[in-house]
Design a protein around this ligand. Structure first.
Ligand SMILES: Cc1ncc(COP(=O)(O)O)c(C=O)c1O
Length: 400
C-alpha cells in the first residue's frame, strides 16, 4: 500500500545564518534584469557591446588547434603559472607594484575573494566596517559568516575616514574594513588621496585588515587615478579585483592580492570552496593581457560608459525636480540619487516599474535601515537611445 507523504518543509532545516532577508533583495534586482520591456537602470552589468566575441572564439580555436590541455584541465588552487605572471605584470603596470608569488591568487570573481576573506577571518559576531552605502554582494558575503556589519558614512570624497578614526578612538574594534575606493558601487564616488593615506595609517595603528575592492578601478573616464590602497600599504591591505567589467563576467575570474600569510589562508579556504578558478578563463585572460587586447577593449569600454554617463547626467539635469541631488561619477557604472524630502525610494521604485523603468532603492545598499530616500542608477547596461526617456519617466514620479 502506498503511503502518502507530505513534501518536507526544507525551510526548517536551512542553516540559521542563511535566514536573513538580504538575499531576497538581490533576487528582486536580478529578477528585473530579465524583463526586456523595462528601461533598466537597475543592474550593474557590463554592456554586451564590450564583449570580445570574435577574439574569444579565435582564442578557443587556437587552444584546440594547438592541442593545449592546460586550458581544459584542473588548475592549481592559487592559479596557473602563466595567468598569474600576466596578472602580476598587469598589477605592476597599473598599480606600480609587482606582487611576490606568495601574495597573489586567482579567484572565481571578486565575490569569491570576499567570500574567502569572510571564511578566513570571520567568526559569529565579529565586526566588519563598510561604507554606507556599499556593494550589496559584500554585505551578503560578510553576513553569511554571521558578522556584525557597521556602515560608516560617505560623502563626495568617499568614506569619511575621520569619522572612522573617531569611532576607533572610542573603542570600535573591526577585524575588517571593506571599501570600494574607485568609482564606488553604488555611490559613484572615489576616495581622496589624503583619506587613502589616513585609512592605511589607521589600519596599521589599530590592527585591522583593509579589504579593497577595485571592481571599477580600470574604468575611469579619464586617466586620473589615485594610488590603490594595496600599493600604498601591501602590509595591511587585501585587494579583491575582477575581470568581470574589463573582459567579461562569463568567465567569473578575479584576484586577491595581499600579505603572504593572508594569501596562504585564502588558498587554504579556496581548497574546499571550488578548489581552483576555471582554467579556460585563466588562459583567455592571460592571452588578452599578453596580446594587449584587454587594453584595447578598455579604451572602447571607457569611452562607451563615459558617453552613457554624460547622457544620463544631462537628462537628470533636465528633468529632475528641485530638491533632487545626484553624484557625478568619474568612472564606473553608477550614480547615487538623493530624492526630495518626503519621497520614499521603495515606493518610487515600485511605481517606476509600472511606468516601465527599473531602479534599485537605496536601502538595499545599507546594512541598517538607511537609504529610504536614495536610489542607485546604473548607466552601464541601458540602451543609450532610451536613457532620456527613462529619466524623464522617473523624474515625473520623483515628487512627493
Ligand atoms: C564593488 C563590486 N565588487 C565585486 C563585484 C563582483 O565581481 P565579480 O563578478 O568578479 O564577482 C561587483 C559586481 O557588481 C561589484 O560591484
Amino acid at each position: 500500500m502506498a503511503i502518502a507523504r507530505e513534501t518536507p518543509s526544507w525551510d526548517r532545516l536551512f542553516a540559521e545564518r542563511t535566514r536573513g532577508d538580504v538575499g531576497e533583495g538581490i533576487a528582486a534586482v536580478l529578477g528585473l534584469l530579465g524583463r526586456p520591456d523595462l528601461i533598466s537602470f537597475a543592474g550593474g552589468f557590463p554592456d554586451p557591446l564590450t564583449f570580445p566575441r570574435e577574439r574569444a572564439s579565435e582564442l578557443l580555436g587556437e587552444f584546440a588547434a594547438a592541442g593545449e590541455s592546460t586550458a581544459f584541465q584542473y588548475a592549481p588552487t592559487r592559479g596557473l603559472a602563466g595567468p598569474l605572471d600576466a596578472l602580476a605584470a598587469r598589477l605592476h603596470a597599473l598599480q606600480g607594484r609587482r606582487p611576490a608569488d606568495d601574495e597573489l591568487l586567482i579567484t572565481s570573481g571578486a565575490i569569491e575573494a570576499l567570500e574567502l576573506v569572510g571564511k578566513s577571518f570571520l567568526d559569529r559576531g565579529d565586526l566588519v566596517v563598510v561604507e554606507g552605502p556599499t556593494y550589496l554582494g559584500a554585505i551578503m558575503a560578510f553576513r553569511s559568516f554571521e558578522a556584525e556589519i557597521l556602515a560608516v558614512p560617505m560623502d563626495d570624497h568617499g568614506l569619511e575616514v575621520d569619522e572612522l578614526e573617531r569611532r576607533l578612538v572610542d573603542g570600535l574594534r573591526p577585524k575588517l574594513v571593506y571599501t570600494v575606493p574607485d568609482h564606488q558601487n553604488p555611490a559613484g564616488v572615489s576616495l581622496s588621496r589624503e583619506r587613502r593615506e589616513l585609512l592605511v595609517e589607521l589600519a596599521r595603528r589599530h590592527g585591522f585588515l583593509i579589504v579593497e575592492d577595485v571592481a571599477y578601478r580600470e574604468l575611469g573616464f579619464d586617466d586620473d587615478v589615485e594610488p590603490s590602497l594595496w600599493s600604498l600599504a601591501p602590509d595591511v591591505v587585501l585587494q579583491a579585483g575582477t575581470t568581470s567589467k574589463t573582459l567579461f563576467p562569463g568567465v567569473r575570474l578575479g584576484w586577491a592580492v595581499g600579505p603572504a600569510d593572508v594569501s596562504a589562508q585564502l588558498v587554504a579556504a579556496k581548497q574546499n570552496t571550488d578548489q581552483c578558478a576555471g582554467a579556460l578563463g585563466q588562459r583567455l585572460f592571460e592571452e588578452y593581457v599578453r596580446r594587449g587586447w584587454i587594453d584595447e577593449q578598455l579604451v572602447q569600454s571607457r569611452s562607451l560608459y563615459r558617453r552613457k554617463c554624460e547622457r544620463m547626467l544631462a537628462a537628470l539635469d533636465r528633468y529632475m525636480p528641485a530638491g533632487t541631488r545626484w553624484t557625478s561619477p568619474k568612472g564606473g557604472f553608477f550614480s547615487w540619487l538623493t530624492l526630495p524630502d518626503g519621497v520614499d525610494a521603495g515606493d518610487l521604485a515600485r511605481r517606476a516599474v509600472e511606468r516601465g523603468v527599473a531602479v534599485v532603492p537605496g536601502s538595499l545598499f545599507f546594512p541598517d535601515d538607511r537609504g529610504d530616500n536614495n536610489v542607485r542608477l546604473s548607466f552601464s547596461l541601458v540602451d543609450e537611445a532610451v536613457i532620456d526617456d527613462g529619466i524623464e519617466r522617473l523624474a515625473s514620479l520623483a515628487t512627493s
